[in-house]
Design a protein around this ligand. Structure first.
Ligand SMILES: [Zn+2]
Length: 511
């Protein structure tokens, strides 16, 4: 079994922000979960570096586009480890090997008869690096995304015969309803296709900053086609993922990981991924990815100021003060993955205190503290309480089924219900009362064994969301095994626990 997940490659013209962090975190959760299943996993992210906006910005700074790209790519490269992301490779579209694959694949598209010369005239947004169809131009001839006035552009270029894929794309959407989710986005893409596909420019004539067109040196490829091909080209030169079986060094990863299992994207790039990308792959006779999942926007509205973070949710400030785990948890917990939702520093702090600190953090600290206090740190050899076993039955499978559909918020909710169940179990059983009655020693043994095993089970399942905290906690339980098959309640065999500092301190060390 193999699993290949991608983020979009991020455009180097902007600085890394919350939206980039969001997609990277989501992809990381999926990658880690699939590694827990013992699958071979490849997780790709990177930067999109060509196109007019980069060239323009570089010229404004008086430097070469490559220099600007080098400078900004470093900031995105640094983002992944800050978020705790475990990407296997970081692709840059200025990589020589990527450029060679773009040239090869698009030459094949031409040889297959889907490229022709023509003149394009249309309304163009330089910030999108894209022409706009008549039905997507805002009032005042403005870009619906950037709200700047569009320019009228005419240029001789090569066209991609997108119109030839109208029927094959309609068939794709009919035959594979799970190819694109959520459903609202599937419907949106399908109605765009049904409204009639027109051919699109494949190359730019006057622009120099791009991958050169091999059959015409006056052209470079349109940045979107170049960018989309990163998902494919990376597998041709990326090193083997960590933990790959020995003896695979130098082997092409395409055979093992293509087609991609999941492309995660935001809705602003839906059309490119849902329409252009499958058409391009069909034209090049390359197998289509299995799934595209479109997440929503994180909105920051007028909001209550938080105690320590001010009023703009800055991912870097959150990480600095609370750690990457807290940000990862919050973003996937507070906004249902796939929908738009508001985020704020105040709601972050509320989730942090009420759920991470009070629910999970307290569960961990009091479970460990009671075993230390009542049993000297040794976990009693007692079975799991059947009353709780029922509430945990099938939990790893349920979580896996949600993550298979990229329902990352629903999967987290499944786990969190059990965190709450364990806290209720503590209240119901009141181990501190059992400890005062020698005749109830066996009951206390069972309660403590059940609690620590329940804690282990939810922690293994939470690892994709909270990798650092989960590893610390599992270390304290002497149970470092992360395999999903052993996440089941009752599969563990914890012998001793040791105390650790608070997992989610309410006052940050610097505050
Ligand atoms: Zn625009």
């Amino acid at each position: 079994m193999s699993f290949y997940v991608t983020t979009p490659i991020y455009y180097v013209n902007a600085a890394p922000h919350l939206g980039h962090a969001y997609t990277t975190i989501a992809a990381d959760v999926m990658a880690r979960h699939h590694r827990q299943r013992g699958e071979e996993v490849f997780f790709l992210t990177g930067t999109d570096e060509h196109g007019e906006p980069v060239a323009d910005a570089a010229h404004a700074l008086g430097i070469e586009p490559q220099e600007l790209a080098d400078r900004n790519a470093e900031r995105f490269k640094a983002l992944a480890p800050q978020l705790g992301a475990s990407n296997d490779f970081f692709i840059r579209t200025t990589d020589r090997q990527h450029e060679a694959t773009v040239q090869e694949v698009l030459s094949r598209v031409r040889e297959n008869g889907f490229v022709y010369e023509g003149t394009y005239e249309g309304s163009y947004c330089p910030r999108c690096a894209d022409f706009k169809a008549e039905n997507e131009i805002d009032e005042g001839n403005r870009c619906p995304i950037h709200h700047i006035e569009l320019t009228r552009e005419q240029e001789d270029n090569y066209f991609f015969k997108l119109s030839a894929f109208q029927e094959p794309l309609e068939r794709l959407y009919a035959e594979r309803e799970d190819w694109l989710a959520p459903r609202t986005r599937y419907n949106e893409a399908l109605s765009f296709i049904r409204s009639g596909l027109r051919d699109v420019p494949l190359t730019r004539h006057r622009l120099k900053w791009g991958v050169p067109v091999p059959w015409d040196s006056e052209h470079v490829f349109y940045v979107w086609f170049d960018a989309l091909l990163n998902y494919y080209s990376a597998l041709r030169y990326a090193p083997q993922p960590a933990g790959a079986p020995q003896g695979l060094a130098g082997e092409d990863l395409l055979g093992r990981f293509w087609p991609a299992s999941y492309h995660l994207i935001a809705k602003d790039i839906l059309r490119f991924h849902a329409v252009y990308w499958p058409a391009l792959l069909m034209a090049a006779e390359i197998e289509l990815p299995e799934h595209i999942f479109v997440h929503g926007y994180l909105l920051m509205e007028g909001e209550k100021m938080s105690k320590s973070l001010g009023n703009v949710l800055d991912p870097f400030a959150v990480i600095e003060r609370y750690g990457a785990d807290a940000l990862r948890f919050y973003l996937l917990r507070d906004v249902p993955f796939g929908q738009d939702g508001s985020v704020s520093t105040a709601s972050f702090e509320l989730r942090y205190e009420s759920e991470l600190a009070n629910e999970l953090g307290n569960l961990a600290s009091r479970t460990i503290a009671m075993i230390v206090r009542f049993r000297d740190g040794t976990v009693p050899a007692a079975g799991v309480d059947p009353a709780l076993a029922e509430d945990f039955a099938g939990l790893p499978e349920r979580v896996a089924a949600q993550i298979d559909r990229a329902e990352l918020t629903l999967a987290l909710e499944e786990i969190w219900q059990r965190v709450r169940r364990l806290n209720r179990y503590v209240e119901e059983q009141a181990p501190w009362r059992l400890a005062r009655d020698d005749a109830r020693a066996e009951d206390l043994d069972r309660v403590l064994a059940t609690l620590v095993e329940g804690l282990r089970s939810v922690t293994v399942l939470l690892w994709p969301y909270l990798p650092q905290s989960a590893e610390r906690l599992l270390g304290a339980l002497g149970a470092p095994d992360l395999a999903l098959v052993n996440a089941r309640l009752g599969a563990g065999s914890i012998e001793r626990v040791s105390t650790i500092d608070s997992l989610f301190p309410k006052e940050s060390p610097s505050g």
